[in-house]
Each structure stands twice: as C-alpha cells, then as structure tokens.
Design a protein around this ligand. Structure first.
Ligand SMILES: *[C@@H]1O[C@H](CO)[C@@H](O)[C@H](O)[C@H]1NC(C)=O
Ligand SMILES: *[C@@H]1O[C@H](CO)[C@@H](O)[C@H](O)[C@H]1NC(C)=O
Ligand SMILES: *[C@@H]1O[C@H](CO)[C@@H](O)[C@H](O)[C@H]1NC(C)=O
Ligand SMILES: *[C@@H]1O[C@H](CO)[C@@H](O)[C@H](O)[C@H]1NC(C)=O
Ligand SMILES: *[C@@H]1O[C@H](CO)[C@@H](O)[C@H](O)[C@H]1NC(C)=O
Ligand SMILES: *[C@@H]1O[C@H](CO)[C@@H](O)[C@H](O)[C@H]1NC(C)=O
Length: 506
C-alpha cells in the first residue's frame, strides 16, 4: 500500500514538477502557432482589404469619370442656353414673335430687354416696331447699333414716320453787308455727324430741306455772276434753291419761282435776282437726297446799306424706306434692306450673270471695302449638254443631218430625228463636230447653220484627209436653232456634241 502511495505521490510529484514546464512548453508553442495563424490571417485580410480597396478605387475612378462627362455636358448645355438668350436679346424688334398670343411668362420677360438693347436706325423703324410711339425727340442710330458713330438725337414725327435732324440755323439769320461773291459764309452745324446723316439718307426713300431767303436788293445772281450758293454734303457748290440738280450744268441756277415760271421778273429764275427795290423772297425745298444736307451758305452783293438778306433753313427731314427694285445688285442694296452680318452673298451682277461678292458690313455704304468682288456664279436655269452620233451612210445634201445615237441629251435641247438643236436660254454655247468620209476617195462639206445661216463649216480639204473636225463657240438667244447641214459628199460616221457654257441669267 505504501509502495503504491509512494509511486502515486512520486508520479504526482513528477507531474507537479513537469507541469509548469509543460505549460510553458505548451503555452509557448500555442502562442507561436496562434501568432503564425494570426499573422497569416492578417496577411490574408490585408490582401483582401487591398483587393477590395483597389476594386473600390477603380469603381470610384469610373464614377468620377462619369461625373466629369456629365458636368461637361451640363456646362455645354448652359453655354448653349446662354447663347440662345443672347441671340434673343439682340434679335430684331421687327420680328413680331413676342407680339402675338404668347402668354408664356418667360417670353414676356424677354421683350423689354429686346426693346431696350435695340436702337432703331430710323424713326420709321422705331414706329414700325411700336406703333404706339408719340412724336418727339428720340435716339436713332442710322449707321447701325454698336458700330460707326454714336447714336443721334432727332425729332421723330410719328404720324409720318419721318426723322428730322436739328441744326443751328432754323431761325432766321441776317446776312452781313459785303460785296464779293460768297463774301458772307456760314457753316451749318447739325446735331449729327455727316456719316450718320448720309446713312439716314441711304435708308430713307426721300429727304428734303427747305430754305427761305428774304431779300432786298441782294441778288443771288446778277449779270451772270453768281453771288450766292450753298455747299452740299461733299462740299461742292450748288446754285439751285429748289428741287433737284436735274440740270447737268455745274452752275445750274434756279429758285422755285424759276421752276414754275412765276418769278416777279419772268426773265429771271429767282425773285431775289430781280433788282426791283422791294422786299422779295424765294422759298424752296431742296429734294436731292444725295446732295443734302446744306452744309454751308454763301451770300454776297449785300454791300449797299439798304441791302437786306436773311435766310432760314428747315431741318433735314427724311422719310420712307428705300425700296429695293428687284434683286440686290450690291452690298449697299443688301445693307439698305437690313443685312448686317458680313459674309459671302450672291447679287445680280452688272454682267447678265449672277455674281458672288463678299460684304463686310463693318464698313458702311461709301466706305472702301464694303464690297469685294469674288467672281461669276455658274448659274444655269437648266443644264444643257448633248452628245449624238451616227454610224450609217448619209448623203442627202442640203438638209440637216439627223442622228441615230443619243449618248447624252440633258435638257432635251437636241432633236435627233430633225438634227436640230434649239437653244433653251440666252447664253454662250460650245459645239463640236467630227465626221469621216465614206471612203478615202470621197470628200464632203458640212456647214454649221444658225437659224438657216452658215456660221462655220467642217469639210475634207483634200482627199488624203478624209475626216473633219470642228469646234465653235457662239452666243445664242433662246429659241435659236443650230443644225449640221451636209452640203455635198457623204459620210458614214459622225459625232456632234454641244453644251451651254454660260447662261445670261438676266
Ligand atoms: C407730322 O407729319 C404729318 C403727316 O405728314 C404732318 O401733317 C404733321 O404736320 C407733321 N408734324 C410735324 C410736327 O411736323
Ligand atoms: C429760335 O427762336 C426761338 C424763339 O423765337 C428760340 O426760343 C429758340 O431758342 C431759337 N433757336 C435757336 C436755335 O436759336
Ligand atoms: C444734340 O445731340 C446730343 C447728342 O449727340 C444730345 O445730347 C443733345 O440733346 C442734342 N441737342 C439737341 C438740341 O437736340
Ligand atoms: C441748265 O442750267 C443752265 C445754267 O443755269 C441753263 O442755261 C440751261 O438752260 C439749263 N437747262 C435746262 C434743261 O434746264
Ligand atoms: C451602229 O450603232 C449601233 C448602236 O450604237 C449598233 O448596234 C450598230 O451595230 C452600229 N452599226 C454599224 C453599222 O456599225
Ligand atoms: C434674250 O436676249 C434677247 C436679246 O438679247 C432679249 O430680248 C431677251 O429678253 C433675252 N431673254 C431672256 C430670257 O433673258
């Protein structure tokens, strides 16, 4: 029993002795294992995390790219809208798009903007865009808004739609006493630049300016000497006091009474030219809009103390809208009817052709470079080309040769069976003909007839040359007939071709 006890106790004792060692061994071992496990887990986890992160990153990148494209699209749209808005703000007031049944609110908001940003070119333009306007002083800009000279302040008669330019000689002004022709001289100051005035005249149907001269022993012209004149827009001297410069003479002199034959002295052309000792006056309206306005007045022969002369000039009044008679023939015509965008345009040329020009609307009528000629337009009201042939014997002389083969007959101007070409329009045509004799011993003679009259020919001059060639260019009027007539000999082979080179459109 004691032995057993001893054994047990010794085993227990040994165990007790070993246990901590075992624990140490086991626990340390376990820790290491756990460590290893942990670190490998971590690696895996890290790797997973890394992969997930990479995945996320890629996803984010693609999202960002998508967003970027979206932003770009939106930006483009915003720009587009801004452009549209700008266009709307500067669009013509004559376009009545906002006047009629358009109850939408945002459209209403646009209207006042469009109105305030637009300066009319003439009073008539202002009246046209708003018929409720009343007569009074208005700002207009004949040479176009935002270009050229500043707007001008004019009187608008909204009954007639006329524009009147104010100046400093509307009240009666006395002429000083002096003797020589033009010894008294006065510049008329307008409340507008000459350029604006010229553009107003360009846009208007008519312009006029009245002048009243009261006189006493102060002739405008006496014994063939002109003492008084006015200077026109270009500074040139003018001696007529009413109407237009319809007399080619540079010194054309007349007043209204002279035009009517009602002057106090019937042998003279102005009341004031008479040397009667009485108060006289000449009233006239100058209507030459290409010469107006009166820029300067000149008087003389008022030296006598009893001489008296005074004048009063009306405002330069322009009304109506210049009408384009038919097609535009210049950039100036295009400008008059309202074109303002520079570009390439087709006009009715001075030739009978359509021409292409470049219009630089930064320039104005009268400026150099408004119009640059580019060239003729190849306009054809209908294309005309034909190419016909024959390959069988023909020997009937004195008649138009018919053709058998139609290779081309655009415009159907050629009739094969009668061998007749009929010009469909005025223009320049080219014809070509070639033919072979039946055999080398035969000769032949063809004439090209225009309305039954020979205009050229095609023949074999010597028997060694048994074919002929013909080329001919000719101006034809519509309806003209062209034929190849065999005058003598025979052929078994021919080609006839023709084309409209250039049409006289006008
Ligand atoms: C305005 O024009 C009308 C029609 O031509 C005319 O009767 C009227 O006298 C003009 N008014 C002024 C102030 O010139
Ligand atoms: C013209 O005369 C009127 C009065 O007769 C005067 O009120 C006006 O200021 C004068 N105009 C000029 C430009 O002198
Ligand atoms: C003359 O024109 C100017 C602007 O160019 C304007 O301010 C002024 O009021 C005008 N004078 C008259 C009398 O209309
Ligand atoms: C043109 O004017 C000149 C000079 O004033 C005059 O001698 C001539 O008779 C006029 N001719 C016509 C057709 O009016
Ligand atoms: C003439 O031309 C036609 C068609 O182009 C052809 O069929 C015919 O055989 C030709 N005749 C001769 C004699 O060459
Ligand atoms: C063709 O020219 C003739 C004479 O040159 C002319 O009388 C005719 O009006 C012109 N026809 C056309 C359509 O231009």
């Amino acid at each position: 029993m004691a032995k057993r006890q001893l054994l047990i106790s010794s085993v227990v004792g040994l165990l007790i002795l070993i246990f901590p060692l075992l624990i140490v061994a086991f626990t340390s071992n376990d820790n290491e294992i756990k460590d290893i496990a942990r670190s490998s887990n971590l690696h895996k986890f890290q790797e997973e995390l890394w992969i997930k992160f990479k995945h996320f990153e890629r996803k984010m990148e693609s999202e960002v790219t998508k967003l970027k494209t979206k932003v770009e699209l939106l930006e483009a749209k915003v720009l587009e809208q801004a452009e549209l808005l700008k266009e709307c703000n500067t669009c013509s007031p004559s376009s009545n798009m906002f006047d009629n049944d358009m109850p939408v609110d945002h459209v209403k908001n646009v209207r006042p903007l469009a109105k305030t940003t637009l300066q009319p070119k003439t009073c008539l333009e202002a009246l046209t865009s708003d018929p409720s306007l009343e007569s009074g002083m208005y700002w207009i800009d004949p040479d176009g808004q935002g270009r050229g000279d500043n707007p001008i302040y004019v009187y608008c008669n909204m009954t007639s739609g006329s524009s009147s330019i104010l100046h400093d000689s509307e009240n009666s002004t006395d002429v000083d006493h002096c003797f020589d022709p033009g010894c008294y001289s006065r510049q008329i100051k307008y409340n507008a630049t000459l350029r604006q005035i010229t553009m107003l005249a360009e846009l208007s149907n008519e312009c006029h300016q009245s002048i009243q001269i009261d006189c006493f022993d102060a002739a405008l012209e006496f014994n063939g000497i002109a003492y008084a004149w006015w200077n026109d827009r270009n500074g040139d001297e003018r001696y007529f006091w009413s109407g237009t410069n319809n007399n080619l003479s540079a010194h054309y002199h007349s007043c209204q009474c002279g035009l009517e034959g009602s002057c106090v002295d019937k042998s003279l052309l102005c009341n004031c030219d008479s040397d009667l000792a009485m108060e006289l006056s000449d009233n006239g309206v100058i209507t030459d809009k290409d010469l107006l306005p009166i820029t300067k007045l000149n008087f003389g022969r008022t030296i006598a103390p009893t001489s008296m002369s005074s004048y009063k000039i009306g405002r330069l009044e322009c009304s109506g809208k210049v009408v384009l008679n038919g097609m535009p023939t210049s950039c100036q015509d295009l400008w008059r009817v309202g074109y303002i965008l520079s570009g390439i345009y087709s006009i009715k040329g001075s030739s009978s052709r359509v021409e292409t020009v470049y219009c630089d609307f930064n320039k104005l009528p009268g400026d150099e470079g408004l119009q640059t000629w580019i060239g003729y337009d190849d306009v054809k009201s209908e294309p005309v080309y034909f190419n016909v042939g024959r390959n069988t014997s023909y020997s009937t002389s004195g008649k138009a040769m018919p053709f058998e083969q139609e290779n081309l007959n655009v415009g159907n101007a050629f009739d094969l069976s009668s061998g007749t070409f009929v010009a469909p329009c005025n223009g320049t045509y080219l014809f070509a003909f070639t033919s072979y004799a039946e055999n080398s011993y035969n000769s032949f003679y063809f004439s090209l007839n225009l309305n039954d009259v020979q205009i050229t020919n095609c023949y074999t001059p010597v028997t060694t040359l048994y074919y002929c060639n013909m080329l001919y260019t000719v101006n034809l009027n519509s309806g003209d007939q062209v034929q190849m007539i065999l005058q003598r000999g025979s052929t078994n082979n021919a080609i006839f071709t023709g084309a409209l080179l250039a049409e006289n459109v006008f």
